[in-house]
Design a protein around this ligand. Structure first.
Ligand code: F6R
Length: 247
């Protein structure tokens, strides 16, 4: 696991975007694993900037997103499909037919989960997966539990995640209570993983993720076992690591 310490959010976003820039240049038809939430917005902005400058070509890129709320379709402005269209896909030359987000409106979530796993396999797996991290250590919607979730599955969101996500909805009652998410096993199969985190609220969980025990109670700690995981954090998210080292 490699940790890259950055000055601030902008610096973190630029460094993360640079890894995706290289990935797309090295393999123009690569499969990108993408995330939503507030953390990756700056990374996507930077990629759009490079696209607009003529330095990036998404025409052959394929993408698979980590997760989606159950019950929301792509036209709902709180859905993750909508987020991806707004924050990246509508602004670059990616073919929307090559972009994939789990279907939150599928009738049968177990079948949808299997379809999504098979889809990722059929694309040849994920070349580079972008991750944010929840304050409780979740990645995708893999919440702390007694066992690592292996494959894509329906998940009941914890109160802490519902509260954290309420900022995007009119009221906390509007936040969906379930989601469909790649499992830890799905994420761990990605060839490269890039996790980004910023701000003081993420400091303790970043320490646990990088230096705590590998436990499903901190789902992101599984990344310690990944052969090519890069954690990109700003000064504030790095603070607990510094404090514990007495620096
Ligand atoms: C989003 C996702 C989540 C977020 C996490 C952090 O697709 O899978 O795990 O990455 O909740 O969210 P932010 O970036 O809003 O702090």
């Amino acid at each position: 696991m490699k940790i890259i310490r950055c000055k601030d959010y902008e610096d973190m976003s630029k460094k993360a975007a640079a890894l995706f820039f290289s990935q797309i240049h090295m393999k123009p038809d690569c499969v990108l694993g993408l995330a939503t939430g507030s953390t990756p917005v700056g990374t996507y902005k930077q990629l759009i900037e490079w696209y607009e400058a003529g330095d990036l070509d998404f025409s052959k890129v394929k993408s698979v997103n980590l997760d989606e709320y159950v019950g929301l379709d792509g036209t709902n402005d709180q859905s993750y499909r909508y987020f991806m269209n707004e924050n990246l896909f509508n602004h670059v030359n990616i073919d929307k037919a090559n972009t994939n987000v789990p279907n939150g409106k599928a009738g049968n979530m177990d079948e949808e989960a299997l379809r999504y796993e098979a889809l990722i396999e059929s694309l040849g797996g994920i070349d580079m997966q972008l991750l944010g991290i929840g304050n409780n250590g979740h990645i995708g919607f893999n919440e702390p539990s007694d066992a690592f979730d292996k494959i894509t599955h329906e998940v009941k969101l914890t109160d802490s995640t519902i509260q954290a996500n309420a900022r995007f909805f009119e009221s906390i009652d509007d936040v969906p209570k379930t989601a469909i998410s790649m499992g830890i096993g799905t994420i761990m199969k990605a060839k490269k993983i890039v996790l980004i985190a910023n701000g003081p609220k993420k400091a303790d969980i970043i320490y646990e993720t990088c230096f705590g025990p590998i436990t499903p109670h901190v789902p992101a700690s599984a990344l310690q076992m990944h052969p090519d995981a890069t954690i990109i954090v700003d000064e504030e998210a790095y603070a607990t690591i510094l404090a514990k080292r007495g620096e």
